[in-house]
Write a protein that binds this ligand. Structure first.
Ligand code: NDP
Ligand code: ZN
Length: 350
């Protein structure tokens, strides 16, 4: 079969592979909608180390073509939403608070992490019963597709930050992940939601999702800008973009007792430093957290409910739609080039 990915670091292209085989608990799925992600392009450029002949992509809605003999909830022909994080649910580590680390940090992220991704004619899903959800009747595949990573990750940022009624929240970065964090913070009842970003369509959608104030990192120090709006600092800071400098800025703009929640993918070479006084000399109860997109059928089912009942319109994230399997190449290249009007590209395959 054919798939699109990285032949080597900085070398994207089509790759020929054997069609994957389902183990007893697994499923083989044919994609009907996929979306490249900034994490795929990050991987292409060496963000997950030296990798060769790796099919990329981890956001998919598809049709099951084969299930293992122990799969009970699904059968060939079912249309399914595929969580991008697919833990091995037999590992005790997933029984704790976070399921993204079944065999060590981020090891539940199998696509890209330990096997080929979804931008292929067929892809493998481990433990199908626990990692797949039926596409809700009447829901557009692309609307469901935005839940598997963008919404799950953006909402996870608001879970890590423990956003509560009336909180003042800063969301640094309003790409698709940050935008979903804005929508999640709004649903959780935040009071003031300040966002950091500049691209006009992202700013527009951030406001539609609930942002009350917009700050540009191009207009100088973002900490000063936040402190002018909320003297003393804010309750919660979410990092969904930026660079290694962003970390100290986020800690600085949180008030004593506040929470800093990171879902940004820092570079392996980044060094995160912070003068101790920004962290209240270690005594200001500023909690610093960072997490990875959780998986699980139950979680995706709940996120799909939010979409189904009109609480969040995830299709606002989709700025570019491609048709046909072959157009994965063009969609991926667009994600890599990141023109300023791009939020999420989607490929629909009949
Ligand atoms: P984008 O690249 O689309 O968005 C980045 C945002 O950060 C933009 O709004 C951009 O502003 C803003 N930004 C850029 N530079 C700065 C700066 N110096 N200071 C403040 N803001 C800045 O990213 P995505 O939404 O696709 O993803 C966000 C991050 O989340 C990525 O690192 C991605 O890899 C990661 N990720 C993590 C996951 C997890 O499970 N933890 C899962 C999925 C993604 P502008 O409007 O000017 O472009
Ligand atoms: Zn992703």
């Amino acid at each position: 079969m054919k798939g699109y990915g990285m032949i080597a670091v900085d070398q994207p292209g089509w790759i020929e592979k054997e069609k994957p085989v389902a183990g007893p608990l697994d499923a083989i799925v044919r994609p009907i909608a996929v979306a490249p992600c900034s994490s795929d392009t990050h991987a292409l450029h060496g963000g997950i180390g030296e990798r060769t002949n790796l099919i990329l992509g981890h956001e998919a809605v598809g049709e099951i073509v084969e299930v293992g003999e122990l799969v009970t909830r699904f059968k060939a022909g079912d249309k399914v939403v595929v969580a991008c994080t697919t833990p091995d649910w037999l590992q005790p580590a997933v029984q704790g608070k976070y399921n993204a680390h079944d065999n060590g940090a981020m090891q539940s992220f199998k696509f890209l992490g330990s096997k080929d991704g979804v931008m292929a004619e067929y892809f493998h899903v481990n433990q199908a019963d626990a990692n797949l959800v039926l596409l809700p009747e009447g829901m557009k595949p692309e609307a469901a597709l935005m839940t598997v990573d963008m919404m799950s990750t953006g909402f996870h940022a608001t879970e890590l930050a423990e956003v509560e009624y009336g909180d003042s929240v800063v969301v640094i970065g309003i790409g698709p992940v940050g935008l979903m964090a804005v929508a999640g913070a709004q649903l959780k009842g935040a009071g003031r939601i300040m966002v950091v970003g500049t691209r006009p369509n992202c700013v527009k959608i951030a406001k539609e999702y609930g942002a009350t104030d917009v700050i540009s990192y191009k207009d100088g120090d973002i900490v000063g800008q936040v402190m002018t709006l909320v003297p003393g600092g804010v309750d919660k800071v979410i990092i969904a973009g930026g660079n290694q400098e962003t970390f100290a800025q986020a800690v600085s703009m949180a008030k004593a007792g506040g929470v800093i929640a990171n879902v940004n993918f820092f570079d392996p070479t980044d060094v995160l430093t912070m003068p101790a006084y920004l962290w209240g000399l270690g005594m200001a109860n500023k909690d610093i957290r960072g997490g990875f997109c959780p998986g699980g059928a139950l979680r995706i089912e709940k996120l799909l409910n939010i979409v189904k009942y009109g609480r969040v319109d995830t299709t606002k994230l989709i700025t570019h739609t491609f048709h046909g399997f072959e157009s994965m190449e063009e969609a991926f290249k667009l994600m890599d080039e990141k023109p300023s009007d791009l939020i999420k590209p989607v490929v629909l395959i009949d």
